[in-house]
Design a protein around this ligand. Sequence first.
Ligand SMILES: Cc1cc2nc3c(=O)[nH]c(=O)nc-3n(C[C@H](O)[C@H](O)[C@H](O)COP(=O)(O)OP(=O)(O)OC[C@H]3O[C@@H](n4cnc5c(N)ncnc54)[C@H](O)[C@@H]3O)c2cc1C
Length: 456
Amino acid sequence: MDRRTFSRRLLTGLAALPLWNLAYGRNRNLSRPKVIIIGAGLAGAAAARTLADEGFELQVLEAGSRVGGRIHTFRGWGVNLELGANWVHNTAHPDNQIDEQLRQLGVAMKKTNYYRFQLFDGEGQKVNHLQALLFSMKLQNKIQRAWPELAGTEDSLSIRQVFDHVASDSGLSPTQQAMLRFNREAYAQTLAASLSDASAGHYLGADMGEALGKDQLVLGGYDTLVNHLLQGVPVQLHTEVREIRQQGQQVEVLAGNDVFEADFSIVTVPLSILQNGRIQFSPGLSEEKARALSRLRLGLFNKVAMRFTEKFWSGNPDFLVLQNGRSEHNSILLNHHHYSGQPILIAMPVADAAHWVEEQDEETIQRSWQEILHKAYPHREIEFRDIAVTRWQANPFSRGSYSFVPVGATASDFAAIAEPMGRIHFAGEATIAAFHGTVHGAYLSGVREAERVIKG
Ligand SMILES: Cc1cc2nc3c(=O)[nH]c(=O)nc-3n(C[C@H](O)[C@H](O)[C@H](O)COP(=O)(O)OP(=O)(O)OC[C@H]3O[C@@H](n4cnc5c(N)ncnc54)[C@H](O)[C@@H]3O)c2cc1C
């Protein structure tokens, strides 16, 4: 090798080396750079794994009593029930490695077919499946055709306004009403938000149909991934961070009476925790970040898991859709029997219906579902064995389910939240525009910030 090639290789090699590595290499007595990660959800776990593999010293501080955050596997009924995230979405996307990682960990998954649903109308009558599918396809077509024209005239439209433009509720038969409501609800559910709040400009450009077609339902325990990523990483539970200060080249993190010091910190707490000022920053948040925080919103999606003494519903579709009078955000049930063979249905209320669930006790919720189920299956014995209800809004360390883009906000708001402030970095599902509100979004954001730290 000639001298020039050698020095060029040396220079390229040095450019790729992080600065801390140079200093550490010169003086072995120097301590390894330390990073404090705030939050042990998937973003925190992904950041921790990436940094641990590069030899950084780590401390993860978690406010709650378990790791995983909005990934929460419940094993109480002898089956893995996911009370937070359950699907791996967008598995066809090349950046999404979550299903591959789960497969390598031996975690069972099963593909979801969103077209395999059984829809009932408001009078408890089964809707012809083919008719319902055709209705949905026509509606999607109408929206796609209407959208470019509407987008040109108005940039502050909600998705609901676009739906209303192409399909009105008035004069519909119970069957048509059920089909229209189902379409609106399915859309609202992916966003954990009422369509009246969600930005048409942000979402209607994306091809939701194609993305949804490739989803896998995780059956073998989503938390396996979190635990795997955090292997060997020190995690301190019950440690709510209240203040983060940058002092010169150091970061101080305050939790209760404890002060933790590090070279960097990565904050991965949910959007709502940043919005409500539960964590104080010094210096304060930039104007741009504060503006973005005031514009984005955390939606609400809860789960009502119901276990019966035996399966009373006929067929084995992926979903049952049962209209209920109170809200159009509370009719889609995941038929867990299709996946696990257990007589379990999981209701997935969003928006107003999810808020309703937060305010009721288990008995009231059970009674309400008993009535709805009885209407569709009047001749079957419906006997509840257990009920498990999530209340993600009441959870002090999430205060909601996942972020969405309301009317008036844009994708650039996610980037503003992600922007580092000196040695303080930001990750989490609400910091990644392309995949906000998802597990793979959280994962990628954690890796992104860890790599920023590594580059120094
Ligand atoms: C009901 C529900 C269903 C969902 N379904 C899906 C799905 O099917 N597929 C999908 O891809 N995504 C789904 N999601 C979204 C997905 O779960 C999240 O996007 C992802 O898990 C968020 O990870 P995160 O690390 O960004 O945040 P989190 O998991 O919320 O982690 C943040 C952590 O920070 C902790 N924390 C908060 N405040 C503090 C503090 N002050 N100090 C220290 N720690 C703190 C929290 O306790 C938490 O553990 C769902 C979410 C919910 C709630």
